[in-house]
Design a protein around this ligand. Sequence first.
Ligand code: GUN
Length: 303
Amino acid sequence: MSGAAIIDGKAFAETLRGKVAKIAASFEQAAGRKAGLAVVLVGEDPASQVYVRSKGKQTVACGMESFQFLLPTETTQDELLHLVRRLNDDPAVDGILVQLPLPSHLDEQEVVEAIDPNKDVDGLTPVSTGRLALGLPGLVPCTPLGCLMLLADRFRDRPGSLSGLDAVVIGRSILVGKPMAQLLIKESCTVTIAHSRTKDLAQVVRRADIIVAAVGRTEMVKADWVKPGATVIDVGINRLPPAEGEAKGRLVGDVDFAGVSAVAGAITPVPGGVGPMTIAVLLRNTVVAAHRNEGLTLAEGAI
Ligand code: GUN
């Protein structure tokens, strides 16, 4: 039986999308146009196609304009760069997201660097990552910002919020691990970034008040790695092989949910935890970028 509080990312994301929709409506009034998000997908990966379509639907549901570009796998670097530059110059587009990973013949870094930092709703350009490292305001990658929102909510009644807590981030990716660590440092946590080469990983994780697991290893974090009462954020989305009679395998995280939820104080489920937050934060970033791009002010902390 679970002892941990379940952090309901799905409900939190719904509330966030509601706030985005209100702000998107007032943006439209003020700017005389809708905020716009362009999403680019290269290749035919079915999971990415589902994900991109879902982004488009949710963008429209929040009262924003969605521009989708589904390009064939054979797309060249020049064609992709040309599209990104066209979107940079398009005043109807406030945010640009190029779905990663790109097919291996394409240079991901060059494509990301071509995105106008003012439209970098994914927070991946050197300008955005640099500003985050400097502790300056800017656009922050969606998944870690979503995790931070869930954590801030979890600790909202604690004096000082996250300040002084020990946080261990497992994973050092540019999409999640590194920006997550930066955000937690900004909240005055003591942050350790652990990864696949970390010695005595279980021992490192055991000291954490906050664990963010973003390694992509099925159910790696076990109950005896977790300090009783710790808050566990599971970013992993891994599909198990189908069991007898199942068409598709179950989705599980990087955390052994059944075991860890008996020990942790709070935990995000998979699915329904961090996953729904990513798109909600993408929409949030888009409406924030739209305000900046039109020179409109949005009160600090409005969303
Ligand atoms: N692929 C998986 N997650 C993400 C994300 O947050 N941004 C981009 N661009 N690609 C992704």
